[in-house]
Design a protein around this ligand. Structure first.
Ligand SMILES: Cc1cc2nc3c(=O)[nH]c(=O)nc-3n(C[C@H](O)[C@H](O)[C@H](O)COP(=O)(O)OP(=O)(O)OC[C@H]3O[C@@H](n4cnc5c(N)ncnc54)[C@H](O)[C@@H]3O)c2cc1C
Length: 405
């Protein structure tokens, strides 16, 4: 079937949904695709940083967030494998909210703004054609094509190749899927650039029965870290970023990755002992590649994780997704109005995005690298506990700056 639209957004996560709404708010006939059926659980720390909130407000989404009953978070607590702790006040109040609820709420507000939201619909091909693009999609057995004037990729870190980037426990052997995917990625990466891929695996599960105050807890151990974040309804989200090479070759299910990680940090093990994983909330993602450089434009404009991924430790991926949507929307609007050319859109968006993201990305990678080193990380926490101001400054360096109103 053939359809005509003005704009297509590929991927309906945080970046795609908010960008689609922003363009529909400006009067553009917008279609938003996502291959997943929602609601779904997604690997994410579910820590919505303080700076994200002013962005949500600017995008007209503050009430949407409030309606979900998120948990306020005012401090970050870092706990090393040797038991050392460091508590840092956050530069504002963060919110804990599940992606299960948030992503659907964002779809609903995009739909209310006039966006056609098509979930369970995979984008299989994007072809430049005349004055615009032809987008091919597959929904079950139904194939469709869309003629659009502009297209923006919001398909996350692993979307470009249009292969599945996440799967759920119960879908047969999780470990073998992860390894097969990593191996094929490694192979193609080596072939393409000769670079070695230091890939991580992300896993998550919601837990009940854990009491948490307004604090996000990060537990470090040899081979990665786990974050505990209170989300809505008294539930705690447990999300881990694990170095593949540190976790051996034996097949594992999602909760087994978490158990194995727990065995590497006694305080984490104690913390989770009173809790229980909530069935059906497990998810995994691989590979998580933190070595990509920012790429604002790859034949088409990109927003969110499609552009670049800040180390999850910084808890700022969602705010970067929102900011990239905020940056992209007004420039896309001018292009659609015929005020600027496609190359001018590319140049302006690329420059603005690099300018805003450069600092937080650089510091995010430094902090991640230091805390990822098993020898350095306990010492670093010890030193930082004597100089809390320095620790606070370091956290701030990884954040996006608030924009002037
Ligand atoms: C372990 C871990 C912990 C994290 N913790 C945090 C945290 O606490 N706080 C924070 O702010 N960030 C965190 N992040 C990062 C955060 O999850 C991402 O930055 C954020 O999800 C990016 O949003 P996005 O919209 O760009 O991409 P996504 O949310 O990934 O959305 C992309 C969408 O595109 C769809 N898609 C892909 N390909 C296609 C296709 N071909 N056709 C149709 N649809 C497609 C996918 O199904 C997906 O829904 C974490 C990440 C990891 C891995």
């Amino acid at each position: 079937m053939q359809h005509a639209k003005e704009v297509a957004i590929l991927g309906a996560g945080i970046a795609g949904s908010t960008l689609a709404k922003a363009l529909a708010d400006r009067g553009w006939d917008t279609v938003l695709f996502d291959r997943k059926i929602f609601p779904r659980h997604k690997v994410c720390g579910e820590f919505f940083s303080p700076e994200s909130q002013s962005m949500l407000a600017e995008l007209g989404l503050r009430e949407v967030m409030e309606s979900l009953g998120p948990s306020p978070i005012r401090q970050a607590r870092l706990i090393s494998s040797r038991g050392g702790e460091l508590t840092i006040p956050l530069p504002g109040t963060a919110l804990g909210v599940s992606r299960y609820s948030l992503d659907v709420a964002l779809h609903n507000s995009a739909a209310s703004a006039g966006v056609q939201v098509l979930t369970g619909t995979t984008v299989t091909k994007v072809v430049s054609s005349g004055q615009g693009y032809t987008i091919e999609t597959k929904q079950g057995e139904v194939r469709s094509s869309y003629q659009v004037r502009a297209v923006i990729a919001a398909w996350g870190a692993n979307g470009r190749s249009a292969i599945l980037d996440s799967f759920h426990e119960g879908e047969s052997d999780v470990y073998h899927q992860v390894v097969a995917r990593l191996q094929s990625r490694q192979q193609s990466r080596r072939q393409n650039s000769g670079q070695k891929l230091t890939a991580h695996i992300g896993v998550k599960s919601h837990y009940g029965g854990i009491e948490m105050g307004p604090v996000v807890e990060l537990y470090f151990f040899d081979g990665g870290y786990i974050g505990l974040s209170p989300v809505e309804g008294g539930v705690v989200n447990v999300a881990a970023l694990l170095k593949r090479t540190s976790f051996g070759n034996s097949p594992k299910k999602i909760l087994e990755w978490i158990d194995e990680a727990c065995a590497r940090n006694a305080k984490l093990q104690q913390r989770l002992a009173s809790g229980f994983p909530i069935p059906g909330t497990q998810a995994a993602i691989a590979p998580v590649d933190l070595n990509r450089s920012a790429l604002a434009w790859d034949n088409i404009p990109q927003v969110g994780d499609a552009t670049v991924m800040i180390p999850p430790l910084c808890g700022d991926g969602m705010s970067m997704a929102l900011r990239s949507a905020q940056l992209c929307a007004p420039i896309a609007d001018r292009y659609l109005k015929g005020e600027i050319s496609l190359p001018a859109w590319q140049q302006e968006y690329t420059q603005t995005l690099h300018r805003e993201f450069k600092g937080p990305l650089r510091w995010g990678k430094i902090v991640h690298t230091l805390l990822d080193l098993p020898v350095i990380s306990p010492r670093l926490l010890q030193i930082a506990s004597f100089t809390p101001r320095l620790a606070y400054k370091l956290v701030q360096a990884t954040r996006l700056r608030e924009r002037d109103a």
